[in-house]
Design a protein. Structure first.
Length: 586
């Protein structure tokens, strides 16, 4: 907004502009096209709420326009520098939106540089492995999104092209990375691999200065320092996890952070030490293609993080109604939509950790546990510890930091009076803390942190947790139905009874609480956010389930899978994912 100008025009007043984007807040203006010197013509008329100039600005064209006010008008004018100062991924969103307009010409800028990604490894990461992983990442970006890449590595003799979509690799050494790729057709991404060096992401002090758009730091799971560093959107920490190693937690408690607290973006790359050695020493096309096929799922997730295409799902609470989330995730997976980040409250937290730990198999396991959860629910009136034990057994006592997909259960801290998301520690304990319904179930007491109750108290659908992690496409799923309307009694006597009746007040409190939870997840406006409501599918069941009907888990999931609202929501998500998947950087 620093590049925006608020303009007031009186009736008949004229204002000449070059390349700009404007929005009319009040009044009416006429835009005159003055490209011809002999006469001006009316281009369009704008009323309050209309915008103009976005297509010219994105194309990089600079036509002259004259704004003439027909009424007293208030405008917001964004000049060209406003677009160029936006972060690269937001600029790209504008370009993609323009390209999606019916009949729009392709966007073809002439001077945009490639996206520069710097990769470096920390202690315990061999330089050869960093170079090999850089090529693997480049091949995944090329295969998944059809965007040309060049991978440049730095060795003792200078810079070399290790891999390029167009052009020969392993060419002669060059004194700088730019000279190494100068002979190649301009790629969309240049991946610069430094090897085992924790280089500052804003450049170097030597002659090989690199100013990257993104700095990817490769590290091991217990490597200190990175997660607590100041949050910077231009840094992506990639944690290398052994898929065959135990995920059992070593922590006795949770690492919790306030709701929406920004953290450095991080991605989990599941590759065994043997695979890393193979990556380090294989440089030929066939071995690298075989490695990409073997590790396609995890490397593709890494590519989505690097290219700003992550898909995140925020799952709201609602007891057994939360089995709607299971149907939605299954529909998304069935349409080929990936899921990279998850968070949830209450039962949404259970869906989140079961899916993050075991994928679709975990969702099926949670459905199978439905009848047992009814018994656990009864015990939770005394203590939610049995719920933690059940989740721990199912997930092999996994730690949140060692799950293939990030999951951050969200709970309400009554000691600190704030909502908090669990980032590390036992996944079962995080889900338990998030599911401790106040006044009904026993709270979760963590001596070093406080007393925790259900996350729905602070926020039913924890979208901000995922936004703080840099989610690009966010799906918010809320299962709390809209409460029924309470009619006004027609008679005077009925109205008097309604205002003094204790039963009516209890019912009104119930409706208010239900509406509070419904409204919290009803709308999450923002760039790349899709909101899904489960009330249509739940209310259409022959016998509407109660939040305590866990034994009906399978019936809820099967009904939701067959309901049009779930299919339409999944189709909308798939359409948005396709748009992002098929975009081009240039």
């Amino acid at each position: 907004m620093e590049d925006a100008e608020l303009v007031t025009l009186e009736p008949g007043e004229r204002r000449e502009e070059g390349s700009c984007f404007l929005a009319v807040l009040k009044g009416r203006v006429v835009i005159l096209d003055t490209t011809r010197a002999d006469r001006a013509r009316v281009h369009t008329t704008l009323d309050a709420g209309d915008t103009f100039g976005e297509t010219d600005l994105i194309r990089g064209e600079h036509p002259n326009h004259v704004i003439v006010a027909q009424q007293r008008s208030l405008l917001v004018v964004f000049h060209e520098r406003g677009l160029t100062s936006l972060p690269p991924h937001l600029t790209l969103e504008l370009k993609n939106a323009f390209e999606d307009l019916e009949g729009a010409a392709p966007f073809t800028p002439t001077t945009q540089p490639p996206t520069l990604v710097l990769l470096s490894g920390g202690p315990g990461i061999d330089s050869a492995a960093v170079h090999g992983l850089s090529e693997l990442l480049g091949r995944a970006i090329e295969a998944d999104f059809e965007e040309p890449v060049a991978v440049v590595t730095r060795g003792p003799d200078g810079w070399r092209v290790r891999y390029a979509t167009h052009g020969a690799a392993d060419g002669a050494a060059a004194p700088s990375w730019a000279e190494a790729v100068a002979a190649l057709p301009q790629p969309d991404y240049v991946l610069v691999s430094l090897g085992r060096e924790r280089a500052p992401h804003r450049g170097h002090s030597d002659a090989d200065a690199v100013q990257p758009d993104l700095h990817v730091i490769l590290g091991l799971p217990d490597q200190p320092g990175d997660l607590d560093a100041p949050p910077e959107e231009s840094v992506l920490r990639t944690v290398l996890l052994d898929p065959h190693a135990s995920r059992k937690t070593k922590a006795g408690t949770l690492d919790l952070r306030p709701y929406g607290d920004a953290r450095k973006r991080s991605c989990r790359l599941m590759m065994s030490p043997a695979s890393l050695r193979s990556v380090a020493h294989h440089t030929g096309p066939l071995p690298m293609q075989a490695l990409l096929r073997e590790h396609r799922e995890t490397v593709s997730r890494w590519a989505r993080f690097v290219t700003r295409r992550t898909v995140a799902v925020a799952l709201g609470g609602g007891g057994a109604w939360g089995y709607f989330h299971v149907a939605l995730l299954k529909e998304m997976l069935g349409r080929g939509v990936p899921i990279d980040l998850t968070s949830g409250t209450s039962f949404g937290a259970l869906v989140s950790v079961y899916f993050a730990a075991k994928g679709e198999e975990g969702l099926d396991l949670l459905v199978h546990r439905g009848r047992g959860l009814s018994f656990t629910q009864a015990l939770s009136v005394v203590s939610t510890h049995p719920l933690e034990r059940q989740i721990g057994r199912d997930l092999d006592d996994a730690d949140l930091t060692r799950l293939p997909i990030a999951a951050n259960p969200f709970a309400t801290n009554l000691t600190r009076v704030q909502g908090e998301a669990a980032w590390a520690g036992p996944a079962a304990l995080g889900a338990r803390a998030s599911s401790s319904a106040p006044g009904l179930f026993g709270p979760t007491v963590l001596p070093d942190h406080g007393i925790f109750v259900d996350g729905v108290v602070a926020g039913n659908v924890p979208s901000a947790v995922l936004i703080s992690q840099g989610a690009d496409l966010l799906v918010s799923s809320n299962v709390v139905p809209r409460p029924p309307a309470k009619a006004v009694p027609s008679s005077f006597f009925g109205r008097v009874v309604s205002t003094v009746s204790p039963l009516d007040r209890v019912y009104e409190a119930y409706l208010s609480a239900l509406f509070f939870l419904y409204a919290q997840g009803a709308d999450h406006p923002g760039l790349g956010c899709i909101t899904v409501q489960g009330n249509d599918a739940l209310e259409s069941m022959q016998q509407r389930p109660l939040p305590s009907d866990f034994e009906r888990a399978s019936a809820i999931v099967q009904h939701a899978l067959q309901h049009d609202s779930v299919r339409h929501a999944a189709d909308e998500i798939r359409s948005e994912w396709d748009r992002r998947r098929k975009r081009r950087v240039r």
